[in-house]
Design a protein around this ligand. Structure first.
Ligand SMILES: *Cc1c(COP(=O)(O)O)cnc(C)c1O
Length: 371
């Protein structure tokens, strides 16, 4: 076989600068919990995205939960979510006692299909969560129009979209709230973490109270509203600040990687690409639509190359199966794409030689040997 080193689908990248930031914070005598460094990270996220307000939260999932709560969504309400997304989009809805209602996606963009959103908005719908998979806005602006005309809130699950834009606006800033994730595989990471952005001062104030037990300020024990503990830690915030300093460079690397793969697989009929405008999108992972995905995965694994299938269609997962069994026939696109979408190695450490090796193996699998 191949003596070349194993290429994982993804591994995070930390440098000496990150280590130094954490060490010098620890030496500074901070309390570790949320304080000025977390505030500084929130300001950085707001400035970078152009949002008026940002709140740092312990995870993207809790960012979605906090957004739903800040927008007044609660028990018994319905929230429309795409059927092909990371499960947290739907579990955040379940966590507040509301009901996730799945809508199909559009094949060209992998984002919510407007006709399906229209079909599933009911009198109980309080919000729609749009997911910009891999940084593509897709149907975001059309979904915004639907939400406006139906009087429901729009939350953007932009967990994969830090560094990506729609018509000049950073993703996450188009809806009532936008949520980013800083979990380990995301473009910048604090291990766990996330941010909620909004342009609405009242929503920002509710987020602040939700984070801090309902209090208006730090140590004051006056409770005007129910709140929880969605605070961050300054220890993670210094890592986040150190990672934010590398964001521009990482956006360029994501684009370059996507371009290398696309060029490397050009003309191969079994591999299809989702249209991606690299002037506005920094693709999170390199995703392709492939024939015989499981066969390809096994073949690449044998050659020391890691891949990851994109998400399953959520309506068919046992956790959600009770929700809408009658609607299963509506999900033709998400069902198809859940079987065909594959993530190729997308670490920052992947070199052009690695990409050439991966593309060569993919061509070999499909029997298209150019040599
Ligand atoms: C990563 C991710 C989440 C969850 O974020 P966590 O920080 O892991 O809680 C939610 N939605 C999407 C689309 C994601 O990619």
């Amino acid at each position: 076989m191949n003596a070349a080193t194993y290429i994982p689908q993804y591994e995070p990248d930390f440098g000496g600068d990150d280590a130094l930031a954490v060490a010098s914070y620890m030496k500074s005598g901070g309390w570790v919990t949320e304080f000025e460094k977390t505030e500084e990270l929130a300001e950085k996220i707001a400035a970078f995205t152009g949002a008026r307000y940002a709140a740092i939260v312990p995870s993207g999932t809790l960012g979605l939960v906090a957004s739903l709560q800040a927008l007044g969504v609660g028990a018994g309400d319905e929230v429309v979510v795409p059927n092909l997304t990371m499960a947290a989009t739907a579990t955040a809805v379940a966590m507040i006692g509301a009901k996730p209602v799945f809508a199909d996606i559009e094949r060209q963009t992998l984002t919510l299909a407007p006709h399906s959103v229209e079909r599933f908005i009911s009198s109980r719908t309080r919000a729609v969560i749009h997911v910009s998979l891999n940084g593509r806005a897709g149907t975001l602006l059309r979904t915004l129009e639907i939400c406006k005309s139906r009087g429901v809130a729009l939350i953007e699950d932009a967990a994969q979209s830090l560094g990506s834009f729609a018509e000049g606006r950073h993703l996450g800033t188009v809806g009532d709230c936008g949520v980013f994730s800083f979990s380990s595989p995301k473009i910048i990471t604090t291990g766990q973490g996330g941010a909620v952005v909004t342009n609405d001062a009242a929503v920002a104030e509710r987020l602040k109270r939700l984070k801090n037990f309902g209090r208006a300020s730090g140590g004051e024990d006056i409770y005007d509203s129910i709140g929880f503990n969605y605070k961050f830690t300054d220890l993670q915030a210094v890592l986040g600040l150190s990672q934010m300093a590398k964001l521009q460079e990482r956006m360029a690397k994501k684009k370059e990687l996507y371009r290398f793969y696309r060029d490397g697989l050009i003309g191969l009929g079994e591999v299809e690409w989702i249209e991606t405008d690299l002037t506005s999108v920094s693709p999170w992972f390199v995703d392709v639509v492939v024939e015989n995905r499981e066969g390809l995965r096994a073949f690449l694994k044998e050659s020391g190359i890691g891949t990851r299938p994109m998400y399953p269609a959520l309506h068919a997962q046992r956790a959600f199966a009770g929700l809408d069994p009658a609607r299963a026939e509506e999900f033709s696109v998400s069902k198809e794409m859940a079987q065909k979408m594959l993530w190729l190695p997308s670490s920052f450490s992947v070199t052009d030689r690695d990409v050439a090796r991966v593309c060569g193996e993919i061509r070999r699998f499909y029997g298209d040997n150019p040599h």
